[in-house]
Ligand binder design. Structure first.
Ligand code: ZN
Length: 386
């Protein structure tokens, strides 16, 4: 570090009243080019489910071509953003391939065999949006294996937190069904690995993707060792599950916490849910590890909700605080959705700044600050005319 950089950090430290600054926390960022080889054919027609069919009919009427939205450009957009605006404290690592045994903690053997037979092929797996290309099976194995590597990094203390830049995403994948662009449930594979190998008892999974994590909920539905908190846009938004009353069953009753929101919900709704529902739930559960299914499709550019970059940063600050309180050094983020490349890349960047030690913002209601500034700007004109 140059003396100039040291001085900059010192100045920021003083400005922040001695708080941590970017670069003071270590973050392991997992990036593996093998996940770019999952390339469902953009020219193939969608095989839509009922909701998708309706949307597709509307789009065909408008003459807009439907392309597969979950594509390699999502990951390269994030990589390019981090190259253009590097963040101190990030340490980039390659991923790892999940073994059949690791995947079998979550998925059925017959399902895994079926996926294995698709290696090298192009095919549609599910009528609701999931397809594979020749490189997809390995990409999905790397996506799940990189989540495992992230858990290893934070459990061994190699990094204070981890972020897995990966795809295909995972939270819609059920034990025996690929759904919603997802083949293997990456976050569930990571959680079960932490329990099986690192001996951690309780894992908190926070899913802030705009869509409900139906697969993760399904996998841990009766399991009291995993607390699943999911905030999302409610039904009939895809996949349609995640109602308030879905709380788990049997020994897992009360360990699934859903917060469905209406369209357009923004920063303040998310932060209120985190402070008033997630924080007390974490307090009662006392997790040994926190995993985040981090989707960025709640940003307004993805057209479903209205979270801003400041909102993602503030949510990260709360999650980091919970991790510091309950399980120091054990916090890992795994990428889920986010299809607008600009908000995806900027959203991930905003999260990583906080993980690296940045000070979380306190977002207000969008526009209020601008109105206050405008009022100040115009005030003298009114006063002079009196
Ligand atoms: Zn999503």
């Amino acid at each position: 570090m140059s003396s100039c950089e040291k001085l900059c950090i010192l100045k920021r430290k003083q400005a922040n009243g001695g708080l941590l600054v970017i670069g003071e926390r270590s973050v392991a960022v997992f990036y593996d080019e093998r996940v770019l080889e999952h390339r469902p054919d953009l020219e193939s027609p969608f095989l839509p489910g009922r909701l998708d069919r309706r949307v597709r009919e509307i789009l065909s009427g408008l003459g807009i071509k439907w392309a597969y939205p979950e594509h390699p450009g999502r990951i390269t957009a994030i990589r390019d953003k981090l190259e253009q605006q590097p963040i101190a404290g990030l340490e980039f690592r390659g991923g790892a391939v999940a073994t059949p045994e690791q995947l079998a903690r979550v998925h059925g053997t017959s399902y895994l065999n079926r996926i294995d037979r698709l290696r090298g092929q192009a095919a549609w797996l599910d009528t609701d949006t999931t397809a594979v290309s020749p490189g997809s099976v390995l990409a999905a194995e790397v996506a799940a294996g990189s989540g495992i590597a992230a858990v290893d990094a934070v459990c061994t203390g190699e990094a204070q937190s981890a972020f897995v830049l990966t795809r295909p995403p995972g939270h819609h994948a059920e034990p025996v069904r690929a759904r919603g662009f997802c083949l293997f449930n990456n976050v569930a594979v990571a959680a079960t690995h932490a329990q099986a190998v690192h001996g951690l008892e309780r894992v908190l999974i926070i899913d802030w993707d705009a869509h409900h994590g139906n697969g993760t909920q399904d996998i841990f539905w009766t399991d009291p060792s995993v607390l699943f908190f999911d905030i999302h846009r409610g039904a009939p938004f895809y996949p349609g599950s995640g109602a308030l009353e879905e709380v788990g069953a049997g020994p897992g009753e009360g360990y699934t916490v859903n917060v469905p929101l209406p369209a357009g919900s923004g920063n303040l709704a998310y932060i209120k849910a985190f402070e008033e529902i997630l924080a007390p739930a974490a307090e009662a559960f006392r997790p040994d590890l926190i995993l985040v299914s981090a989707g960025f499709d709640a940003h307004r550019l993805d057209l479903a909700l209205n979270v801003s970059y400041e909102g993602f940063a503030a949510m990260t600050g709360i999650v980091q605080r919970l991790a510091d309180q309950h399980c120091p050094g054990r916090l890992a983020f795994i990428l889920e959705g986010g299809y607008h490349l600009e908000s995806l890349a900027n959203g991930v960047h905003a999260v990583l700044e906080i993980l690296a030690g940045g000070v979380p913002p306190e977002p207000g209601v969008t526009g209020i600050q601008e109105v206050e500034e405008a009022a100040e700007f115009h005030r003298s004109a009114f006063e002079e005319n009196r």
